[in-house]
Write a protein of this length. Structure first.
Length: 161
């Protein structure tokens, strides 16, 4: 994940210096690894974050098991996770809806658009986001925060198990 982050920052900075603008996530979304038409860097990032989160929760469950986080701290953690989960779900639905609308508008206009190049100039018109990249990032965020919320509300294991 760190290598894809460094690669993405490098390519985005190069694009910024050369053109004066960039599309967030386009550089790493349009790069395939290990060979052409196999898997894009965004797909590798998506799965590695999900697998990484699962490993962290399986390895580190003892740090939160039992009565280590109780009362107000747990309620605030659950509220924060629920809020992040709702925001992430909204972003996934928003990005997916805009992606479908742009595809439909292109088809109605008579040309099938290149799905990998579609972007939206939101929230900042000077820094648009690649829609496929944004959808994958926020879907991973939704899965992780929802799973974290689930783990925070399910009955706790004791440290003896």
């Amino acid at each position: 994940m760190a290598s894809s982050l460094v690669f993405g920052v490098y390519v985005t900075m190069t694009e910024w210096i050369e053109n004066g603008t960039y599309v967030m996530g386009e550089a790493i979304h349009n790069t395939t690894i290990p060979f052409e038409n196999f898997a894009r860097v965004t797909t590798w990032i998506f799965f590695s974050t999900i697998i990484g989160w699962y490993c962290v929760t399986r390895i580190g469950w003892r740090r939160t098991a039992g009565d280590k986080i109780i009362g107000t701290k747990m309620a605030l953690l659950q509220l924060m996770l629920l809020g992040f989960s709702i925001i992430s779900l909204y972003e996934v639905l928003y990005n997916f809806t805009v992606l479908n609308a742009q595809i439909t508008a292109g088809i109605i206009g008579g040309a099938v658009p290149d799905i990998d190049k579609l972007s939206v100039a939101y929230p900042d018109p000077d820094r648009p986001w690649n829609l496929v990249f944004a959808t994958k990032v926020f879907l991973a965020s939704f899965i992780i925060t929802t799973h974290g919320f689930y783990l925070s509300v399910k009955p706790r294991k004791s440290l003896d198990e």
